[in-house]
Structure formats: structure tokens, C-alpha cells
Design a protein around this ligand. Structure first.
Ligand code: SF4
Ligand code: SF4
Ligand code: SF4
Length: 580
């Protein structure tokens, strides 16, 4: 594409034609502040924070939507522009419930940060509506508080464009405008899939997960409880960000050390049950292929995807793997095999999971998730909530030593750790399935066709005379495209991996917040995924069926993958839910 010559703040610059002023300024190393802008998702010029002056223009223009043209002269930081931005912020604050001292986002709030940057001292310069608390707590996983909402619409765009749900949007008009569900129903009354992607992009304290930490603190202080914790693969790839560490830092060892210091009796790893999932799911796949079962088999690890399927495509329920997710398999084994082996009454085990995902909070409340007659998992907290616990406990996270998970349920292979990235479950299953089909040890380890952060990936593998067509999709808008291709007969797959969150669990709705400016300029999900692939490559055991504890559990307890008992303990069922 041809370039155009412009000047920004007097500096000559050549930038691609079609760039916006915001993009051109970035090329010049000049940051123009934004609030509502999310690249490719929410480019609506609504908040007016990115206003700049353009020579010859009638008034300031929004840099996020205004294209450059030949000879343009832009001024990004004049006294007039600085005053404009400060006034915009004061107007936003005029009908914002200001309670920074106790707000869930204090210290991590994009509005708060900009107010400091622009020297907003009088938060009440304009008398506004002074909203009172306006809470929607009807969903199982999150709170919406419209008294903090600044109407940036990032959540609306993500819910519709990434997640194909569109269950939230602007209601009413003018001063009465507010974000909500149709007919102002609660989020728990509509077909929200609990993915939390809206929370990830909310720049203030208007959206946040339901707090599970109080129950965890209580259990940790109760001497009658044996408190075990499991951590999902993707948590170790992002937790460090909450402590100022660079995106893409593997903090597995420090995470374990911090959990031990918080007082958990056992610090275990969801990697263990990810391996167990592969044993069950690969068995299910081979059985369906051999016996003419419903194909394609679709993975069931992502509760956001499962809820989407139940609401929007209930006719695909027979395609779902009946395997519980790794979170739930872990809880089930803890309260059955582990409890028996250690002579602990399962009622005295308090099972905590740390997940990158808000939909896991919904999942542990589902029916048919109680192998021992009590919930498999008692409380799910997100990566963000774990960070908050570590901070409250005063732990110097960055300087903690690296420690190892406890045994036996801390044992996991490389195949398990890549579950946290899109394509990881597929690759893990293929590593095992290939060996089972050929009956030969030492099959391929890396399946590069299903790696990477693209929304949809496809591959075909021929093993032992059997050809398996596979597809991987993440982000529910991509999932929808693949389902439609399956339903129309355009594609014929045998095995499909779906993850609700774009990029997979590394980009889950419970991961540490990153400001819009980072979302717009850094491949966050790609950087976090690299952590998992490096972690996998560094492990001696990289196939799920090599996990010695998984082998022991089949020998001692479950008998074999797909056994009657395995089905009772490790499998589940699904229900059709209403779409509207
Ligand atoms: S959303 Fe931000 S500005 Fe508003 S009360 Fe919370 S921390 Fe303060
Ligand atoms: S949790 Fe997901 S589905 Fe629900 S409102 Fe947020 S983005 Fe939409
Ligand atoms: S809830 Fe958050 S993301 Fe959604 S419009 Fe309000 S401030 Fe923006």
C-alpha cells in the first residue's frame, strides 16, 4: 500500500495510506490516550478521549477513526487538547459512582489512571446524576454494576463479535442509556455463556467475577478441613502479570510456592486431570470411529463452549464428549480415589480450583458433577482472585523460590500443559491416539498444524490406515462458523476442539487485566501460549498415557479408560437450554 506524508507535532512522517491518526501516531512513538477503542472490535470514536487537532479542520477529531491523508498536520498534545481530555474525564466522572477506595478495580482502572495523568483534581466539577449502586448478580459467575459503567461499549462489541452471543447492548436513549440485556432481564436469565470476555475488556469496575475468595479463606482457617487446590495450565502463564512481570512469564514454581504459603494442605495440578481427560476422550474417539458413533466428537473441556452449545446448538449435544472437564475430573478423583487412599472423609475435603476462566464458576454448580455425592469442586477462583489472595497475604510473589507441586495429583505431562492454548487439547489427544492406533511407542510429538492463535485451524492425519479430519476453533464466533460447515455437510470432521475464549484458556475471562492499549498492541494470547509450549518442551513426559499416577489410578481403581466406573466418576451429561 502506498504511503502518505504527514506531520505529527511538527515531525515529518511517512505512514501507510488508510492508517488512522491513532495508528500513525503509534508508528511515530506517540501515544494518544484511548478508552473505548479496541482494535478491530470497537472502533466507534465514542469516548472522545483520543481527540486531536488537525490543521484546517473545524474542530478536534477522534484519532481512532479519522484517517490520515497527504500533507495532514496533526497536533496530539496542545494545551487545548489537554484541557479537552480533562473536561471529558470530568464529565465521565459526573455520573460515575466514585468510590476508588473500595472499588474492585482500584489501582487497575483505566479511568482512574487517565484521571491522574490529566490532573483531574475536582471529581465533582460537574454536578451529574450521582448514580447509586446498580447491581445485577443474577448470573452464577459475575456481577454487573452499571453505576460504574462509562458506556464505552467494549463489552457489547466483544460479546457480539468474538462470542456470537450479543446478550448485552445499550438500552434506552440519551441520559437514560445503560448497558443491559433485552427487556432489562438479568444476565442469569439470558443466554450468556459465562465466558467473562466482557470482564476482560471492561476498563473500570463495572464488570467483575463473583468473589470466591472469602470461602477459601474460611476453609483455610478451618482445622477440620483438608484443603486441596488445583491450578489450570493457563494460570501459570499469566499470574505473574498481576505482579508486574512481563506478559509471557512462566511462574509455575512461584505459583506453587505462594499457594503453599497461603496454607493449602496440598498443592496439586489440573495437568494431572488433563492427562486423565485425554485417556477418556481418546478412548471415546476411537470407540466412536470404530463403532459408528456420532461424529465429529467435540471436546468438552471448555464450559463456555458447552453452555453455548446447550443454548444455541442443542442439536449438537450428541456430538459432545461425555468427559467432564479437567477441573471436574480433578475434583471427582480427589473426593473418591484420593480420599480413600488417604483415609479422609470426602466431606472433610475442601476442593479449590484456580482457573483462568469465569465459566468454571458456573460449571462447578452444574448437575451431574458430584462423583462422591457431594460437589466435585467446592469453590473456583480466577487467576485474578488468586493474585488478590497473594497480595492480601503479603507474599513477595516475585521473589518467592520456585517450588514443585505435591504428589500424587501434582503429576502432569507436557500434553496436559498445552491444554491452555487453542489446539492444545487436540494435540494432546493426537499424541496418545496415534500411539494407540499404531500400537507403537514413540509416535509424533508436535502437531504444528493445530498450533497458533488463528481462530480456525484444520488438518488431516492418516495413521494405521485411518484418516482423521480434525478442526480447532476458539472464540464462539469462529465456533459458530465451524458448526455451520459441519451442519451443512460442507466439512466432514471426525474430531473437533472448541474453546469459548479466543486463543483458548490463556485468554480466559479470569486472567489478569491488561489495559486497552496493551490489547491493541501486544499479542497477549500468543505470548501466554508460548509459555505453555516451552513448558511442554522442557518436560520429560509429554504424552498423557505416560503419566505414572494416571496409570496407577487405572490399575488400582478405574480399571481401564472408558470402564463402567470411569463413566460414573469422570463423565457427565448435558441439557438443552433456552436461547432467548
Ligand atoms: S471504576 Fe475506577 S474510577 Fe470508578 S470507582 Fe472504580 S477505581 Fe475509581
Ligand atoms: S460473559 Fe460472555 S456471553 Fe456473557 S455477557 Fe459477557 S461476553 Fe457475553
Ligand atoms: S460495562 Fe465496562 S466495558 Fe461495558 S460499556 Fe460499561 S464500562 Fe464499557
Amino acid at each position: 500500500m502506498a504511503n502518505v506524508n504527514i506531520k505529527i507535532n511538527g515531525m515529518p512522517l511517512s505512514v501507510p495510506q488508510g492508517s488512522t491518526i491513532l495508528e500513525a501516531a503509534r508508528i511515530a512513538g506517540i501515544r494518544i490516550p484511548t478508552l473505548c477503542y479496541l482494535k478491530d472490535i470497537n472502533e466507534i470514536g465514542a469516548c472522545r478521549i483520543c481527540l486531536v487537532e488537525v490543521k484546517g479542520a473545524r474542530g478536534p477529531v477522534a484519532a481512532c477513526v479519522y484517517p490520515v491523508n497527504e500533507g495532514m498536520e496533526v497536533f496530539t498534545n496542545t494545551p487545548k487538547i489537554q484541557k479537552n481530555r480533562k473536561t471529558e474525564l470530568e464529565l465521565i466522572l459526573s455520573n460515575h459512582r466514585r468510590e476508588c477506595l473500595s472499588c474492585v478495580r482500584s489501582g487497575d482502572c483505566e479511568l482512574q489512571a487517565l484521571c491522574r495523568e490529566y490532573g483531574v483534581e475536582d471529581e465533582t466539577r460537574f454536578a451529574g446524576a450521582n448514580p447509586v449502586e446498580d447491581i445485577d448478580d443474577t448470573s452464577p459467575h459475575m456481577i454487573r454494576d452499571n453505576s460504574k459503567c462509562i458506556l464505552c461499549r467494549r463489552c457489547v462489541a466483544v460479546c457480539r463479535q468474538y462470542q456470537d452471543c450479543g446478550v448485552i447492548g445499550p438500552n434506552e436513549r440519551g441520559f437514560a442509556t445503560h448497558i443491559g440485556c433485552a427487556f432489562d432481564q438479568g444476565l442469569g436469565e439470558v443466554a450468556c455463556v459465562s465466558c467473562g470476555q466482557c470482564i476482560n475488556v471492561c476498563l473500570v469496575g463495572a464488570l467483575y467475577e463473583k468473589d470466591g475468595t472469602a470461602k477459601v479463606w474460611e476453609a483455610l482457617a478451618d482445622p477440620t478441613k483438608h484443603v486441596v487446590v488445583q491450578t489450570a495450565p493457563a494460570v501459570r502463564a499469566a499470574l505473574g502479570e498481576a505482579f508486574g512481570m512481563p506478559i509471557g512469564t512462566d511462574v509455575e514454581g512461584k505459583m506453587v510456592a505462594s499457594l503453599r504459603r497461603l496454607g493449602f494442605d496440598k498443592v496439586f495440578d489440573t495437568n494431572f486431570s488433563a492427562d486423565l481427560t485425554i485417556m477418556e476422550e481418546a478412548t471415546e474417539l476411537l470407540e466412536r470411529v470404530k463403532n459408528g458413533g456420532t461424529l465429529p466428537l467435540i471436546t468438552s473441556c471448555s464450559p463456555g463452549w458447552i453452555k453455548y452449545c446447550e443454548h444455541y446448538y442443542p442439536e449438537m449435544i450428541p456430538n459432545l464428549s461425555s468427559c467432564k472437564s479437567p477441573q471436574q475430573m480433578f475434583g471427582a478423583i480427589t473426593k473418591t480415589w484420593y480420599a480413600k487412599k488417604n483415609e479422609i472423609d470426602p466431606k472433610n475435603i475442601f476442593s479449590v480450583s484456580v482457573m483462568p476462566c469465569t465459566a468454571k464458576k458456573f460449571e462447578n454448580t452444574r448437575d451431574d458433577q458430584s462423583a462422591a455425592g457431594i460437589p466435585d469442586v467446592d469453590v473456583t477462583i480466577t487467576t485474578r482472585e488468586l493474585a488478590a489472595m497473594i497480595k492480601r497475604a503479603g507474599l513477595d510473589f516475585v521473589n518467592l523460590p520456585d517450588e514443585q507441586f505435591d504428589n500424587p495429583l501434582g503429576e502432569g505431562t507436557g500434553a496436559a500443559v498445552i491444554f491452555g492454548a487453542t489446539g492444545g487439547v487436540m494435540e494432546a489427544a493426537l499424541r496418545t491416539a496415534v500411539e494407540w492406533i499404531t500400537g507403537e511407542a514413540g509416535g509424533p510429538i508436535e502437531f504444528n498444524d493445530v498450533r497458533g492463535t488463528e481462530g480456525i485451524k484444520e488438518a488431516a492425519y492418516t495413521v494405521g490406515g485411518l484418516t482423521v479430519n480434525v478442526a480447532v476453533a476458539s472464540g464462539l464466533a469462529n465456533v459458530r462458523k465451524v458448526i455451520e460447515m459441519i451442519k451443512s455437510g460442507e466439512k466432514n470432521y471426525q474430531f473437533v476442539e472448541f474453546m469459548a475464549c479466543p486463543g483458548g484458556c490463556v485468554n480466559g475471562g479470569g486472567q489478569p487485566h491488561q489495559p486497552g492499549e496493551v490489547h491493541n498492541t501486544v499479542d497477549i494470547r500468543g505470548e501466554r501460549a508460548k509459555v505453555l509450549y516451552s513448558n511442554d518442551a522442557a518436560r520429560e513426559l509429554r504424552r498423557s498415557h505416560e503419566n505414572p499416577v494416571v496409570k496407577a489410578i487405572y490399575d488400582e481403581y478405574l480399571e481401564k479408560p472408558g470402564s463402567h466406573l470411569a463413566h460414573e466418576i469422570l463423565h457427565t451429561s448435558y441439557v438443552a437450554r433456552k436461547k432467548y
